[in-house]
Design a protein around this ligand. Structure first.
Ligand SMILES: [Zn+2]
Length: 383
């Protein structure tokens, strides 16, 4: 049996939570790490690795490009036994210092990262401790990663590249106990347009690159791929995020570039979108700045059905399947053809000043994870 989970006292003052709430004590410790810099994220990773070790879990710390990821496992790692990956990010977006001191108001815990997604991380860590090795017919791999908020390449991207994969993945992003089975693909483009410079007093002698770029933008905006919808989405996302042009006020600008953030639907073809755009605006130079695969996990995937069943049983609520507009670390697994979902506790206002997680949902979430993992009776059973 692992040793009991202790509560912390800080500056001689008892913590905001009682001894009976080790999950909340752990969550408060994670929030106070203020994991917004490489140093703080790595301290948080070390803290988690030590905590998991102390509670009897086989734990490994991997360093990649200056950032630590933590991997812990439990259960049978044998041929024929499926691996379930529980993935959580330790990094949070920056905020005012007071946001890193958790405040409990009734059933809510307010703090930066409480909802996105340290609450899920703490519950996953607790679930790993509570799961009984001898009762598991699968292998559970907990991954705590350092950089989801800044792209995920150094954490989950690195782990996926190095074979830390599984048969099904749960990323603990905030979803209010509903299941995000899809996520849009990311295609961020730079569009460069050239014109002809002239004196601003005689613009008819030049060709204004800003006006040409406006035309180019309108042509792209009118393309058919942006009018499509799917069962989970009304439309793709299309946003002009940056524009650069112009210099002297008395000059017709001869160059204009702008950047587009396109989020295409799972099922749409990235290559087709790019060639449609290039065909529509041959006068512009279109290059890819960044991209990420969409996530297309099927709602009737056997693991998804089992997770849905575990959730509706434990939480006694109808569970909705939906598609996320934004992308998360699920994409790194989707790129390997592995079904991956976003699934996390209840709360609101992530990345905002009033971010909170509903405390009862953390315990429910932990129980759902445990029930889900315990319900897997070998790979055949979920097929
Ligand atoms: Zn997140």
């Amino acid at each position: 049996m692992p040793p009991p989970i202790e509560n912390k006292e800080r500056n001689g003052k008892k913590d905001v939570v009682g001894m009976e709430k080790p999950l909340l004590a752990l969550l408060c410790d994670l929030i106070r790490m203020e994991a917004t810099s490489a140093t703080a994220i790595n301290q948080s990773a070390t803290f988690c690795a030590e905590w998991l070790n102390r509670h009897g879990l086989k734990t490994e710390v991997l360093m990649n490009q200056g950032l630590k990821s933590v991997v812990a496992s439990k259960g049978a790692h044998k041929p024929g036994k499926p691996t379930v990956v529980l993935n959580g990010h330790l990094d949070v977006v920056p905020g005012e210092p007071h946001l890193f001191e958790p405040k409990i108001v009734e059933d809510r815990l307010y703090a930066r990262g409480s909802y996105d997604m340290l609450g899920a991380v703490a519950a996953m860590m607790m679930a790993m401790v509570e799961l009984r090795e001898e009762e598991l017919d699968c292998h559970v791999l907990l991954q705590l990663v350092p950089d989801e908020e800044t792209g995920g390449m150094k954490g989950t991207g690195f782990l996926a590249q190095n074979g830390f994969l599984g048969d099904f993945v749960i990323c603990g992003e905030p979803t209010n106990l509903h299941i995000a089975v899809q996520a849009k693909g990311v295609l961020q483009l730079k569009v460069e347009v050239t014109g002809v410079a002239a004196h601003g007093s005689r613009p008819w002698l030049g060709k204004n690159a800003i006006l040409c770029a406006m035309d180019v933008y309108r042509k792209i905006e009118g393309l058919d791929f942006l009018k499509q919808s799917s069962a989970f989405y009304d439309r793709p996302s299309f946003n002009i995020a940056r524009i650069e042009a112009g210099g002297a006020l008395n000059q017709v600008p001869d160059a204009c570039s702008f950047c587009l953030d396109i989020r295409y639907l799972p099922g749409q073809d990235r290559d087709e979108i790019l060639s449609d755009i290039r065909r529509a605006v041959p006068e512009a130079d279109v290059s890819v700045l960044q991209e990420g695969a969409p996530v297309l996990t099927y709602a009737d995937d056997p693991y998804v059905r089992l997770l849905r069943h575990s959730t509706s049983t434990v939480a006694a609520m109808p569970v909705r399947m939906f598609g996320q507009d934004g992308s998360a670390d699920t994409r790194f697994f989707a790129a390997h053809g592995i079904p991956a979902v976003e699934f996390g506790p209840i709360g609101a206002n992530h990345h905002g000043p009033d971010e909170y997680v509903e405390i009862p949902s953390l315990f429910t979430y932990q129980k759902i994870i445990e029930k889900f993992v315990q319900s897997i009776q070998g790979r055949e059973d979920v097929k």
